[in-house]
Design a protein around this ligand. Structure first.
Ligand code: C5P
Length: 225
């Protein structure tokens, strides 16, 4: 079984998807984490030929370079989603590296990167029943998924929720900054030429602006039951 949850940045997809994975006893596939992990390996790993060069070289990435990256091993357990590289958990780096989310959003607009990760995502779903969250899970990666959800919330509500995040607080970011950052990523994800963020055909659309996480989870569980 495959359940997909797509939606804009900060709509709560990953929190909700993990709770549903636990409730249903299925595997959680956080596709955004895979895009972040690739970004980390390409630009932040000191052994990468593109280390620290993400401003000017983003268009130059080739399939050969991606194939030469160390293997990303995605795992999911009760503790959450993890990506291991050479046996090391890189999740904290994928979320805590300042600016990595913006670079991930630029990198994810490249066809070569999307094609590379398509197989990775589909291979995971061959091995488990999954709930996958991202931007193109119901449209491109798993168009035949049994259940498709499009989860959204207003930009202000998404920015307010982000402000409660410990990592955002630790960095001392302002509401304006966080709001603009989300808006910029939305713009890029919605308008890229390949696999743009869209409501998948047949998806149930849920606007969680006025709902708690638990209320949203309950609504989705009704849809997938
Ligand atoms: O979901 P998250 O914010 O962690 O994803 C990081 C970035 O990866 C997003 O801004 C988006 O550009 C990209 N992404 C994507 N397709 C997916 C998941 C994430 O393009 N399925």
């Amino acid at each position: 079984m495959i359940i997909t949850i797509d939606g804009p940045s900060g709509s709560g997809k990953s929190t909700v998807a993990q709770k549903i994975a636990q409730d249903r006893g299925i595997f959680y596939l956080n596709t955004g984490l895979l895009y972040r992990a690739i970004t980390y390996l390409v630009y932040e790993d000191p052994t990468s030929p593109l280390f620290g060069r993400y401003d000017d070289d983003i268009e130059l990435i080739t399939r050969d370079q991606l194939d030469a990256l160390p293997t990303l091993a995605y795992a999911y357990s009760a503790d959450g989603a993890t990506v291991f590289v050479h046996g090391q958990d890189i999740v904290a780096k994928c979320y805590a590296t300042p600016g990595l989310d913006q670079v991930a959003s630029k990198l994810s607009a490249l066809p070569v990167v999307r094609e590379f990760l398509l197989d990775v995502q589909r291979d995971i779903a061959k091995q488990h029943d999954v709930i996958a969250d991202g931007r193109d899970c119901g449209t491109v990666v798993f168009p035949d998924a049994e259940h498709k959800i499009f989860l959204t919330a207003s930009l202000d509500v998404r920015a307010q929720r982000r402000m409660l995040d410990a990592k955002v607080q630790a960095l001392g970011l302002t509401f304006e900054f966080v709001r603009n950052d989300l808006a910029e990523r939305d713009e890029r994800d919605e308008n890229r030429a390949i696999a743009p963020l869209r409501i998948p055909a047949g998806a149930t659309v849920i606007d969680s602006s006025d709902f708690s996480i638990d209320q949203t989870v309950e609504m989705i569980i009704k849809v997938v039951s």
